[in-house]
Design a protein around this ligand. Sequence first.
Ligand SMILES: [Zn+2]
Ligand SMILES: [Zn+2]
Length: 358
Amino acid sequence: MVGLLIPTPKPHFNPHPSSTPPQNDHLTRIRASDQGIWLCRPQHVWNTFPLTFSRRATGEKDVRFRVLYCGICHSDLHFVKNDWRFTSYPATPGHEIVGEVTEAGSKVEKFKIGDKVGVGCLVGSCRSCQSCASDYEQYCLKPVFTYGVPNFNGTQTYGGYSDHMVSDEHFVLRWPENLPLDSGAPLLCAGITTYSSLRYFGLDKPGTKVGVVGLGGLRHVAVKMAKAFGAEVTVFSTTSAKEQDAIDGLKADHFINSKDQHQMEAARGTLDGIIDTVSGDHPIAPLLNALTPHGKLVLVGAPESPLEVAAFYLIMGRKTIAGSNIGGIKETQEMLNFAADHAQWRTQKFFHGGTEYF
Ligand SMILES: [Zn+2]
Ligand SMILES: [Zn+2]
């Protein structure tokens, strides 16, 4: 999910270079001011091209900041390819954004010019519903995600693959001093996604037996986060070649090749919970088998196809399949502070994990 970090501005970043710009009439340039990249999918091939557009003027509760780094999340890739069927083009993704404040509105209380800040997946919510009042803005029925949706003023939101951001200060995070700006950026999506799911489902206690499924940045972060909580971590992968990376690199305690029936059978009933980060279609019944009674399978990846599971797998052991989506703003700040207190986050490197599936 997470990985390659690009310093910004980098408007010509192009993972699928093409020398021929697409001829899509509905794709229009927007008035110049800020630069980003826009993505389109002419004839089912997606490409990136520079886009110039304006951020809104800095309002009295807004913070404007220069983007220094932005992580590339697997959601960005799903989005630009319209895998979830709601992308409107042009689009500028990026929701793991770190930068430096260049302007603060007259009523901004938390930030001043020069502060290092971050913005994750949310830049707005209704601020009045039960979810918002409980610091679960991510579950507000009127969320404004950082890119690809209409903002309250009717304009489209554009993400962090751009050189400036403007956001209400409520959705801006204070960047801890001892947390790297570059390798820390993915914490704003992958970090809070795994932190919040481990916390909420009670998998954050020392000695808890936690499985992590999948490959790529989100799994990477999930393993490190679970280890930071003191959990005993088992990594599942279809690729034995990843064992060394999991054990030596990520310091996981155990590795299971999920294609190996003997290994999967040996894991039966051993895990209190599993964080499933896989974004491709995959079987989940074998994972449910690996749970203890009352165990929880928590989905944080988003495969395209509906899950298939026989009720029997849940009934026998009162097991739970759950989902979890990022975290609220208060919890995201808590997570950044938690990461800054753990040495492993201060020295980490991220990579683009690609699309290997469980
Ligand atoms: Zn993300
Ligand atoms: Zn709300």
